[in-house]
Design a protein around this ligand. Structure first.
Ligand code: 5GP
Length: 190
């Protein structure tokens, strides 16, 4: 079976990790492809099934859990299940590419544990919880209740940062993008 490397980006939401991951995917000299997670939440406006996520009903998601289809999965928020399908890794490695993940902290560490040598696990740290909250409000896609839920989760997640290979502080997005590029391209050369 084909094999390659795994690049994990994990962070509290609002840290800018998705923007950084998209940036790396747009750098055509990096042979990366995005691990499309399965999720049981509703798609947001503009999100596409099979591109942003495989959107599944909670029932279908649980069936896949029973089948053993996931490398890792989690109930990230109440009744919202997210997981990495084993078939995604195979798909990307078969393409001759390396896998890049945008997943939560527990999922990221789970992958690092299962593939310790092949994985570079990067924790993206927002400058502060206050700044993160401001960004989430700026995004204006979430209700106040959801923002509070995400901020509470972010506070817990910051404790996990130490367990990652690298912490990337996102103070200035352009600089964070450059640093991410450097970290990933060097790891892929090894
Ligand atoms: P969102 O609803 O904002 O797209 O994602 C919510 C959280 O779930 C984010 O922290 C995101 O990184 C995480 N997430 C997305 N896909 C996965 C996955 O496959 N596994 C895990 N454990 N978390 C995921």
């Amino acid at each position: 079976m084909a094999s390659g490397k795994l690049i994990v980006f994990s962070a509290p939401s609002g840290s800018g990790k998705t923007t950084i991951v998209r940036h790396l995917l747009s750098e055509t000299d990096l042979p990366l492809d995005f691990s499309i997670s399965a999720a049981s939440r509703e798609p947001r406006v503009g999100e596409v099934h099979g591109k942003d996520y495989y959107f599944l009903s909670a029932k279908d998601f649980k069936e896949k859990v029973t089948e053993g289809a996931f490398l890792e999965w989690e109930e990230v928020y109440k009744d919202n299940f997210y997981g990495t399908l084993k078939s995604e890794i195979d798909r990307i490695w078969e393409e001759g590419k390396h896998v890049i993940f945008d997943i939560d902290v527990v999922g990221g560490l789970n992958i690092k544990q299962q593939f310790s040598k092949e994985t570079l696990a990067i924790f993206v740290q927002p400058p502060s919880i206050e700044e993160m909250e401001r960004r989430l409000r700026g995004r204006a896609t979430e209700s106040e209740e959801k923002i509070k839920m995400r901020v509470a989760k972010a506070e817990q997640e910051l404790d996990f940062a130490k367990k990652f290979d690298t912490i990337l502080v996102n103070n200035e997005l352009d600089i964070a993008k450059q640093e991410a590029y450097k970290l990933v391209s060097e790891f892929l050369k090894k």
